[in-house]
Design a protein around this ligand. Structure first.
Ligand code: UDP
Length: 223
């Protein structure tokens, strides 16, 4: 939380002094475990303030507040983008995200670790689309917050099955304990991005997974 908040304060001060345009890479986590589905930008979210995810969720929420305050009080030229689960080549295999975990496990023939029963959903956006949305937001007139993500929603079980299929893996699926406050569902409403930025994601899940699998195959072959 200190990182998210203090970095925001420092960078906003720098942007104010230099009159720079500054982007807050915010997150769908500001919606917490959402009760509104799909999530629109005007939804205030459902976040546990003292849970194990709170440092991230509340840190990002506080950073958004700081950005908007610096804009109101000091005219800082801000942009806020709420990023929904992004994936693609050059992900860190070690950081525990679901796409990288499943692909590496499948390629190594290790068990695929689904947390909980796998019925929770996420909507995965291939990185290229995400970057295009970011560029359009920075070059456009809209301050945000604006959702950038792919509205096609999948359960973690569907993701595991797709990865096993695309890698031809013999891995079995195992169910591990679901972490506290893990959001049950997540899907961006991207009407605003479509309207204001003329943006929508192009690459769909299977194609994006294929490219990501190719990347991790090469990584594992290098050792
Ligand atoms: N997850 C899983 N197995 C893993 C890693 C994650 O089932 O090995 C689940 C996790 O519980 C969550 C979803 O996949 O429901 C997405 O997790 P990730 O950390 O990638 O993203 P976030 O939860 O931040 O959206």
């Amino acid at each position: 939380m200190k990182t998210l908040v203090m970095v925001a304060i420092n960078m906003l001060g720098l942007a104010r002094r230099t009159q720079a345009r500054i982007l807050q890479a915010s997150t769908s986590e500001v919606y917490g475990d959402p009760l509104v589905h799909p999530q629109t930008e005007d939804y205030w979210g459902h976040v546990n303030p003292i849970g194990i995810r709170s440092c991230y969720d509340e840190g990002k929420r506080c950073a958004e507040t700081l950005f908007v305050d610096y804009h109101r009080k000091n005219g800082v030229y801000i942009r806020i983008m709420r990023i929904f689960n992004t994936y693609g080549p050059r992900m860190n295999a070690e950081d525990g995200r679901v796409v990288s975990n499943f692909i590496v496990q499948a390629l190594k023939g290790e068990p695929i670790t689904i947390y909980g029963d796998g019925s929770q959903t996420r909507s995965f956006c291939y990185c290229d689309g995400n970057i295009e949305g970011m560029i359009r937001l920075m070059n456009g007139d809209r301050m945000g917050p604006i959702n950038i993500g792919n509205p096609n929603e999948f359960t973690m079980l569907e993701l595991a099955e797709a990865v096993i299929d695309l890698t031809n893996s013999s891995s079995e699926i195992v169910n591990l304990e679901l972490p506290q406050d893990d959001p049950k569902q997540r899907q961006p409403d991207i009407s605003l991005a479509r309207r204001e930025l003329g943006w929508e994601p192009v690459t769909q899940l299977r194609e994006g997974l294929e490219k990501t699998i190719t990347y991790f195959e090469a990584e594992l072959a290098e050792g």
